[in-house]
Design a protein around this ligand. Structure first.
Ligand SMILES: C[S@@+](CC[C@H](N)C(=O)[O-])C[C@H]1O[C@@H](n2cnc3c(N)ncnc32)[C@H](O)[C@@H]1O
Length: 449
C-alpha cells in the first residue's frame, strides 16, 4: 500500500512538472509553517548551488537579507553536496517527479535545439557548399549546457523543497499544444535562418496597429514579425525554451525567491505587483499559482503578446490580473502605486538612454519600501567562463543592444535613480538583482553587480 502511495505521488509530481502532461492543474499545499521555517533557514545558510550575495541591508524591516560569502567549494564538498541532493530527490515522491519531469523537459528541448542546429546547418551548406562535419567542440558545448541545466534544475528544486514556491504546473505548455507548437516552430525556423543569413532585421508586418519606437521595430532574434504579430506571440515561449534547453522557466522562477521573502512581512491582499515587459506571460502562471490573491498588472509594448498572455491565463479567472499595453520608459501609473515591480529579460533589448528612463520610471511608481526584482541576462565577468557565449549571442540572434547591456553597471544605474541594492542570484545565464526603494534618500558607494 505504501509503495502504491509513493508511486502515485511520483506520478502526480511527474504530471505537474513536465511540459507534455502539464495541463493537469496543481492541487498544491499552501506553505506550511514548516516550509516557511525551512525557507528562512535557507535564507541564512544558503546552499552551495545558489550563487547569491548581498550588501547593505535596505532600510525596510521587510528585508531579512542573507549574507552569503561567495567561495569556491572543493571537489569533495561539491561531490558530497550532489550526493546529498540526489539522496533527497530519490527519497521523496515529489523529488522523483521533479527529476523525471525536468529530465523529460530538458531532454525534449535539447533534442529540439539539436534538430534546429541540423536544419540550420543544412541551410548553411547549401549556401557555402562545404562538407558537413560534427565538431568535437559542439559535443563539448552540448555536454556543458546539459551540466548547466542540471545545476539550474537543482537550484529550482532546492527552492521548491525549502518552500520558496510550489512545484510548478506548466499550464502554458499543454500536451495538446506541444505537437502543433513543435510543427510551427520547425516550419518557422527556415525563415528565421534565412533572415539571419541575410542579416535582415527590419521585416515587420506591413500594417502595424500602434506607434512603436524605432529601437523596437525590428526582428529581435531574427524572429518572424519581431514582437508584432499574433503569429510571433504564439511561437515566442517555445523558441525561448529551445534556446535555453528547456530551463527558461526554471531560471525565471529564481525571481520568486526574493518575492517570497517580501511577502513574509507584507499582507499579500494589500500588495500590488507590476510586471513590466511581461511578454506572453513567462513567469505569470508561477506567480498566480503561488500567490492567487496578489493583484498583478501585466504590461507590455506588444498588444499581440499581451493578447496571448491573457489567453494563456484565461483559466485563472479568480486571480487579480490586468493586462495593459504601454512602455516601460513612460509608465502610465501614478507615483508610489506598486509594492513590487518585476521585470524580466527587457533591459538587454533597450538602448542605454531608454534603460535609464525605464529605471527612473520603476523608481517613481514603486512605493517607498517597495522592491524591484530585476531579471535579465548575466553580464560580462559575472561568470568569466561564459564570457565567450555572451559575446556570441548577439551575433547569432539579432540583439543590437546586448553588447552595451553586458558591459553596463546595473547597480550604478539603479542607484543613480535612487534605489538601494540588496542582493543578487545567478542561475546559469540569468541573473536576478534585488533593489529597494528606500524610505529616505541615501548616498551610495559605487561597485558593479
Ligand atoms: C525578451 S522578451 C521578455 C518577455 C518576458 N518577460 C519573458 O520572460 O519571456 C521582451 C519583452 O519586452 C517587451 N518590450 C520591449 N520593449 C519594451 C518597452 N519599451 N516597454 C514595454 N515592453 C517592452 C517586448 O514586447 C517583449 O514582450
Amino acid at each position: 500500500m505504501s509503495k502504491f502511495l509513493f508511486l502515485s505521488s511520483c506520478c502526480r509530481a511527474i504530471l505537474q512538472s513536465n511540459p507534455v502532461f502539464g495541463h493537469y492543474q496543481y492541487i498544491g499545499k499552501k506553505f506550511t509553517s514548516k516550509s516557511i521555517f525551512q525557507a528562512r533557514q535557507y535564507v541564512q545558510v544558503s546552499s552551495s548551488a545558489v550563487v547569491s550575495e548581498s550588501t547593505k541591508k535596505p532600510s525596510t524591516a521587510s528585508s531579512q537579507v542573507r549574507s552569503v560569502p561567495l567561495r569556491e567549494s572543493s571537489l569533495e564538498e561539491t561531490r558530497q553536496s550532489w550526493r546529498e541532493f540526489l539522496q533527497s530527490i530519490v527519497n521523496s515522491p515529489e523529488g522523483v517527479g521533479y527529476l523525471a519531469g525536468a529530465s523529460l523537459r530538458v531532454g525534449f528541448f535539447t533534442m529540439m535545439s539539436l534538430l534546429a542546429l541540423r536544419i540550420v546547418d543544412d541551410m548553411n551548406q547549401l549556401r557555402n557548399s562545404r562538407k558537413r562535419s560534427i565538431s568535437p567542440e559542439l559535443g563539448r558545448l552540448i555536454v556543458n549546457m546539459l551540466k548547466e541545466c542540471l545545476v539550474a534544475c537543482r537550484q529550482d528544486y532546492d527552492n521548491i523543497r525549502r518552500g520558496y514556491y510550489k512545484l510548478p504546473a506548466f499550464p502554458t505548455r499543454r500536451w495538446s499544444s506541444i505537437l502543433p507548437s513543435t510543427f510551427n516552430y520547425l516550419l518557422d525556423l527556415r525563415m528565421v535562418q534565412s533572415r539571419r543569413l541575410g542579416n535582415r532585421y527590419k521585416e515587420l508586418p506591413q500594417q502595424l496597429d500602434g506607434d512603436y519606437p524605432d529601437y523596437y521595430k525590428r526582428n529581435f532574434h531574427y524572429q518572424t514579425d519581431g514582437y508584432l504579430s499574433d503569429y510571433s506571440a504564439k511561437l515566442y515561449e517555445y523558441q525561448v525554451e529551445v534556446l535555453f534547453n528547456g530551463v527558461a522557466d526554471t531560471m525565471r522562477r529564481q525571481a520568486l525567491v526574493p518575492l517570497f521573502e517580501y511577502v513574509q512581512t507584507h499582507s499579500i491582499k494589500q500588495m500590488k505587483l507590476l510586471h513590466v515587459a511581461c511578454g506572453t506571460g513567462g513567469i505569470l502562471s508561477d506567480l498566480v499559482e503561488n500567490y492567487p490573491q496578489l493583484r498583478i498588472v501585466n504590461l507590455d509594448l506588444s498588444p499581440y503578446y499581451l493578447r496571448e498572455a491573457r489567453k494563456r491565463h484565461d483559466s485563472y479567472r479568480n486571480a487579480y490580473l490586468r493586462f495593459v499595453c504601454g512602455k516601460a520608459e513612460k509608465l502610465d501609473f501614478g507615483d508610489n502605486s506598486f509594492d513590487v515591480l518585476l521585470n524580466i529579460y527587457l533591459f538587454h533589448e533597450l538602448p542605454p538612454d531608454i534603460r535609464e528612463k525605464a529605471a527612473t520610471e520603476f523608481f517613481r511608481v514603486l512605493k517607498p519600501g517597495g522592491m524591484l526584482i530585476f531579471v535579465d541576462s548575466i553580464q560580462e565577468n559575472d561568470r568569466s567562463d561564459l564570457n565567450r557565449l555572451l559575446q556570441m549571442f548577439p551575433q547569432l540572434y539579432h540583439e543590437p543592444y546586448y553588447p552595451s547591456y553586458i558591459k553596463m553597471d546595473l547597480k550604478k544605474l539603479f542607484e543613480s535613480v535612487g534605489f538601494q541594492y540588496s542582493n543578487r542570484y545567478i542561475s546559469w545565464v540569468t541573473k536576478v538583482c534585488v533593489f529597494y526603494k528606500p524610505f529616505q534618500k541615501v548616498s551610495h558607494d559605487v561597485g558593479q553587480t
